[in-house]
Design a protein around this ligand. Structure first.
Ligand SMILES: Cc1ncc(COP(=O)(O)O)c(C=O)c1O
Length: 367
């Protein structure tokens, strides 16, 4: 069997090993949160925002973001229909209703026109995703939010390093969240971080992330129903060492996408998801859509690739179809991507020859 071509996986160097060893040796006693604090400060500085709060995973950061802006039962939040379910469940945890909007065919990010049409008098916020590292259309989204007095939460889980018109994603909305889960741009095993310029959102998220503990009436006193969502030094030390290599990690992903572009551009019926003009994607998960020119079934193609030890992912099923949500939506673009979209391997250990093998195998399988 040939080398496993993994869907995703990190680049780990001596820098990461040294950083984790440092946390293991020194991150205790009076230094119990030293690496966490350093990660938060470095992350905030990197993005150019005032506050960052590290969490055990991005789902928790998203939940804190939703709770910190005060979402509750009776509120509506417009959510992209195409994402990992954490995006929508974070909203649902607060009791607010998810109203699912369709996506743009070019970037698979929320379509601003659909978003606008979904607004009602109950709408309180927009939950967008910079899907697979492609920036959402922030000019239009922020304009809609401003006109309608809505909060904007950026789910930037896979989008570290991506920019929209020269500005880093995660700096547009009221609050944004990134993931350090093992398949993301920068990893810490599991991990997440919430960022904001809004002091009130930050303070509330921070309190909620540590069990609502205020010590106000007594040591260990808690003033609200909070959660244990904080990150520890070991994970933070790994995330930090990866963050310090973000440009290098992004280059790895962008090179891989460039090889896919070379290898698949001549293939009929394949539409690669490419960055829009003025945007820089981190190409966290290079993806393609099979057009009608290709008769082969998407899942059969993925199985055929798996038999060659090439590990792809089908596109997400639309979240609005999950039993948790009561209302059904058509959202035709997301419905098409759900059926015909594939995310390609982009693990950091792939070389040009591996990607070329993937491209040739895809071309063979689609006939
Ligand atoms: C768009 C999106 N949002 C949220 C998450 C959740 O991140 P985590 O696994 O760190 O909780 C993910 C993870 O895959 C994601 O892709």
């Amino acid at each position: 069997m040939n080398k496993r071509i993994s869907f995703a996986g990190p680049s780990i160097t001596d820098r990461e090993i040294d950083s984790v060893m440092d946390a293991l040796k020194n991150g205790w006693y009076e230094n119990y949160d030293m690496h966490v604090k350093k990660l938060e400060k470095t992350f905030a500085d990197y993005l150019g925002v005032k506050y960052a709060l590290a969490t055990h995973c991005c789902t928790q950061a998203l939940h804190l973001a939703c709770a910190a802006i005060g979402l509750k039962e009776g509120d509506e939040v417009i959510v992209t229909d195409f994402s990992w379910v954490a995006t929508a469940y974070a909203v649902a945890y607060t009791g607010a209703k998810c109203v699912f909007a369709d996506i743009e065919p070019e970037t698979w990010t929320i379509d601003p026109d659909c978003l606008r049409k979904a607004i009602t008098e109950k709408t309180r916020a927009i939950m967008l995703v910079h899907t697979f590292g492609h920036p959402a259309g922030m000019d239009e989204i922020m304009k809609i939010a401003k006109e309608n007095g809505l909060y904007v939460i950026e789910d930037a889980a896979p989008a570290l390093g991506a920019t929209y018109k020269g500005r880093k994603v995660g700096t547009f909305g009221d609050v944004a969240c990134f993931s350090f889960q093992g398949a993301k741009m920068a990893v810490s095993g599991e991990g997440g971080i919430l960022v904001t310029d809004n002091e009130e959102i930050y303070e509330r998220a921070k309190l909620l992330s540590s069990m609502g503990r205020t010590d106000s009436e007594a040591v260990f006193w808690s003033d609200m129903l909070g959660y244990q969502y904080t990150m520890g030094n070991l994970a933070a030390s790994l995330a930090l060492s990866q963050l310090l290599r973000v440009e290098e990690l992004m280059k790895i992903k962008r090179d891989i996408f460039g090889w896919y572009e070379q290898g698949l551009s001549s293939a009929p019926g394949i539409r690669l998801v490419k960055e829009k003009e003025g945007c820089k994607s981190n190409y966290c998960y290079p993806s393609l859509l099979l057009t009608d020119e290709i008769v082969a079934d998407r899942d059969e193609i993925i199985s055929g690739l798996k038999a060659l030890n090439i590990h792809c992912r089908p596109a997400f099923p639309r979240m609005s179809r999950f039993p948790v949500f009561e209302q059904r939506y058509e959202n035709p673009v997301a419905a098409l991507v759900e059926r015909r979209g594939i995310s390609l391997p982009s693990a950091a250990n792939l070389n040009k020859r591996d990607v070329s093998f993937v491209c040739e195998s895809i071309k063979r399988l689609i006939g």
